[in-house]
Design a protein around this ligand. Sequence first.
Ligand SMILES: Nc1ncnc2c1ncn2[C@@H]1O[C@H](COP(=O)(O)OP(=O)(O)OP(=O)(O)O)[C@@H](O)[C@H]1O
Length: 960
Amino acid sequence: MAEDSKAIDFGGIQVCVRARPLNDREREGGFRNCISFDEATQQVVLSAVDRNTLLQLRGQTAKGYAFDRRYGPEHTSDNIYDDCVSHLVDNLFKGYNATVLAYGQTGSGKTLTMSGGKGIFGNSETGIIRRAAQHILAHVEAVQAKLKPGESISVRAYALELYNEELHDLSGKAQRQQGPAAAAAGPQDSEGGVRIAERPVGKDGRCIPEVVGVTMVEVADANSLVNFFAECFDNRAVAATKMNDRSSRSHAIYTVLINRTLVDVSEVGDKVRTVRVESRFNLVDLAGSERVKRSGVTGAAFKEAVHINGGLLALGNVIVALSGGHEDGPEGPEGDKAALLTTGGSGARSAAKKHIPYRDSKLTRLLQDSLGGSALTVLISCISSCEADFEETNSTLKYANRACRIKNSPLANKQLLLEEDLLPLLPANATASGNTMSMMQMQMLLAEHNKMKEAREKREAEKKEKEEKRMAELRALREAETKAPGFQRLRMAQYDELRKKLVSSHGGKLVKGEVISDDTLAGFKKRNPSEGEGSLSDGGPDGRPHYLRPTSAGAGRVASPVNGRSNRPASAARLYSNQRVRGSNAGSPWETPSPSGRPPLAPSASATTGGYSSAAYTVLAFNQPEADADLQQQQVAEAAEEPELVPVPPPQLLARFRVNQNDTLAVFRAVSTEDFADVASLLPPNTALPAADKMTYLLARLEVQNYSSEQLCAALDAVASGAVSIAAAVGPAVGCLMATFGTSLITDCIFDFEDPEQLAGVGLQQRLELWGLQIPHTSIRPALAAADRSAPAQPARAASPSPGEVTPRHSSFSQPSSSSPATGGRRSSAHSQLAPAGSLLSQQHSLPQQLQEQPQPQENVTCWSSADRLNVSIGLMYALCNLAKELGAAAGFCVPRPQLLRRWLQSGVKMKQVSPPTKLIYPPSAHDYTYYKSSTVAYFLVDEVKESLGKVLSMLKQAS
Ligand SMILES: Nc1ncnc2c1ncn2[C@@H]1O[C@H](COP(=O)(O)OP(=O)(O)OP(=O)(O)O)[C@@H](O)[C@H]1O
């Protein structure tokens, strides 16, 4: 009981239970105790003592509710303060808002706990409010003793009550004029100017309800604060009822406001910062719920009870809504869910799913920031141990239990007031006498600054060293691969010649799936001994023959090998693609790409080549229909001695998955800031855009048309030339993910939030942002009966086209538009340059016949199962994390659809929510604005996600 070993979870509301002993009246009435604590399970146990209570527990003899902290008759408010409240005071001074909320049925001990007094056994207790006031002021004194020039701290307080759904100032002066008596006299006198207003907080203008028109007093010491609250306490509406001789008839809120100005030397940039830190501490003593039959109230007191119960009912509904009760309903039957915090039993309404009904009462509006908001909240649930209160106690425990599941997102209220350069400030201020800093103080600042600077420089040097080491390893790996047997370098001319020969040896066309014999390749090698360094017959690193096709063109423009036109700026997004041919694989749905480990990092555009000046794309196709053939990483060599060959990054196979027999994962990279043009249009002017080569699209395509390599090359030529979309060229995709690496967009543009603690030390360059992840509900099933007939039986959802047949080209991905779900509405520049597929296809004379076909009507639209969609999303995430790792990203952010986030979490993917408020800089006219505006921003550590996804994937593998 009252153990203190448990770490405080700042994310969740902390709930403790305090059980009061039986009072004299109850003991004399022969009532029994129905509450006990089970230390082993940390439960508060409610035991049935007779038939009636047995019925209330639906036949169970006892029911346990687990709580971190439980307090019995032997404990006092001091214990609760030390265990649960004192840490809140410490955090107030860091800018966090905090709330202590006591609730429970009438006569259960809320007022004793909060305000102190004499307990049933005659012992006096100091209430939490007095302890908090003393603690806060002691802290203030300590701060005052260390104030630097320019710093200040002030404490103000007010108290109010919510009586009959009207707000009243509890301070002496106001109360004399506006007390409950005045309120009872009629609505025209009510409230006395005290009302709730919305106050914008944080940088994003988020509003929280706040009380205005209340008398605030400035307090200088603990005594004046304690006295002020004591006076307010006396002004509170109380009355004797059958349940409590001094029953509070209103909800009371005692508030302390702390306002601090801090001068600090910032770690980065030789700056002196002046910061305002504000916090609010609410100490709430609610009126108790009561059954009017038992409390025996009539007249005005009856009206009070109705209002008290009404407010508590609204509070109960907020707790249920926040704790997700309507979705998973762990509390059993609906009747249980509707059990009231109030005990009237007349049906707590179900709150609508995503809607939190804060506005249903003034009480819930006042507590909005404390329940599901940004405050640190402690809920003290007061219960009676008496069997006569069994039903109320059960109800209170149920709600307390639910409240444990409420997650707040504590956020410090800090505002930068001034930022000055430290160094110019020093000499100027040093010479000036008077109000400015003393020489000694400035030296202290400077020393502090230098210390932090040193630490920063050390960190940066370590990071640099690590990065250099990593790059050296990658270079070595790359070199080793270049020297490996089978590595080939082909000039464009060589490639064309090889292709011609291969085609002619196959009667004019390459037959899909046909193995090109080693002899053919060897023959070519023999006739062209000077061509290439490696032996063509050696095959690739996988030991199999393969095509390797670097394309080249003049610097600055990319020529289409199909039509020779230079019709796309070199800066446009490049395409790398891996395709796996039909008839392969029996592996898991998702696999890591290469048995030899991760592929080497593609050379950075700027670091290695100064830009991919002429390489439009690389197509790598394995022309061997071998079962379970692993798709291999292929490296295109950088041929220094062959100037016309421009090195291209290797196509990166990021992950492999299988729903039907074909699979492909294509990766696009944007390579210059130009590629962010349409993203830039969404951002405020002068926003710094991410460095080149940082934006990546991953497209999962599960129904790639079964082209021959030649056809695929031609198709991708068409894509590179801007004639058709990738989807039109290679078939409908079923998944798409867009990510930006090492981006400043995360903090500067898209979201704005306090960095979560877990990300301390993860710099912007190590972050990735997941912009859009989309797995559509439906997929286009090839409308080819013949294919279905000839193909082996496939799951209905994933039939694949047969050779030479046409796959319909309309899909959610095949017609890129500003509302493309694939990119969350932000089109890539590659896409934005694409003309509608149908209109341009006919102009591509050299396109394979398949691409020249008119799109087929969407006859067979197949729904993906949600399990498939989840698998694809998990696979894409896994692929992304592999790539992210290669690019040095350590953490990522995303705005996943809530359902998807939930399912990821259920799958064991470790993601956390970013503390609100998040500011989304995204114009209201933009696609899905409302969705993004109200969405959860999640963050994750790449390693963690990789690890957890790895486990999920291996489970999928086993399952398959
Ligand atoms: N833990 C406890 N130990 C001893 N006495 C207690 C305890 N809790 C409450 N009491 C006594 O029970 C009585 C009712 O307590 P209190 O007024 O604090 O209840 P309450 O929940 O605030 O009721 P209401 O909602 O009606 O205002 C008081 O006489 C109080 O001293």
